[in-house]
Design a protein around this ligand. Sequence first.
Ligand code: ARG
Length: 466
Amino acid sequence: MAKKSQATWGGRFTAGPADLMLKFSESVSFDHRLAPFDIAGSKAHSAMLAHVGLITAKERDSIHSGLDAILAQIAAGKFTWSTQLEDVHMNIEQALTKNVPAAAKLHTARSRNDQVATDMRLWFKHACAVLADKILGAQRAILSVAKRDGDVLIPGYTHLQRAQPVFLSHHLFAYLEMLERDRARFVEVADHANWCPLGSGAIAGTTLPIDREFTAKQLGFVDAKGRPRVTQNSMDTVADRDLFIEFATACALFGVHMSRIAEDLIIWSSVEFKFIDLPDTFCTGSSLMPQKKNPDSCELLRGKSARLQGNLHTLFVLTKGLPLTYNRDLQEDKPPVFDSFDQTALSADVLAGTIEGLTVFRARCAEAVADPALLATDLADYLVDRGVPFREAHHAVGSVVKLAETLKLPLDKLPTAEVKKIHAGYGDDWAVVFDLKRAMEKRRGTGMPGPAQVKKQFARWAKVLG
Ligand code: ARG
């Protein structure tokens, strides 16, 4: 069924789009969330048009107050979005035109191509700030657990086999490092977003005497010194979707980190480990097995991370074969980034809540870390200290481990006489290494899990996280 042609672009059409086409091509159902950014862009653009004399100050003012009224209407949930009008840009422009005659001049020297690029850059700056802040929240939750229970020792794992003892705080600080990189990544993406597209037009700018720098300044697309930042090639500006991919990458990588943290928590909370108990408020039960308490928040964090990677992949595939410049395919760029934002924001909060509420079972941790085999490497270092080449020392300790297995004795309980038979490097004091306190204190270098280093890192994180 053909409708009367669209007011915004219908001049050369005899028939408007079929209902099916309208349903297929509308984006307002998801891009309406760009409204505040679209309105900010239109206000800046009209201010610039007045600044260069393309519209009068009066016309600018009527456009501004009309846009403010629409924004208030949207905020109050009283604005009627119409899929007939395709997208957020045309919905707002049409609503404005109804009340403000000067609105017919608003789209002077502008295309929806540079308009949507502007809206999205403003949105990315906002979204990155929100997510960076949420990551900070998760980091603070981790730091609070480190403050509470960071003095507990646990086995660190490689290959999910007990490896060497570490303070729980050292393990938690590893999370802080991961999340700090994520936070920095969002700050960087926001910086990449900080270039103003307006003035690029549909593809080749405009013949009208606009002032791009003025618009950029109005919208806060400025460098640290307040100098305007405008994009440098009109074609690249409307074709480029790098930011979408960078943003989705930052979300996906943060998702991977959350997933790995979640996996640790799942393992630690199992009966087999029982290092921690997860908060009831972030777990669920089984409809069949009354005893069950399932780590659902952690499992969903793992699950959501798959979705974040899927969104990134969608954007890669969406853009890879497109000729320059804008193609309508690019309208499909928004659902994945909006979904990545929503899910990442939610996940960060859930991660914070889950971690904040966990209980550390100190006795179970102490029991696990008391395993003397965790200090086998320290025994090799003992031999190295006594002049044995490391490769030989490693072998000599391996033989001691083997002997312990054969005699079914803990490593530190082997008869000294038997140990000394294995290698001449072993002295009567060979078992001094099986003292956890001593073992930890010896790990003094930067980045190591010794108490002095952990203390340093505590101070560092307290400062960084505020
Ligand atoms: N809704 C469109 C999008 O998001 C806006 C740009 C439309 N441009 C065009 N030439 N049809 O991609």
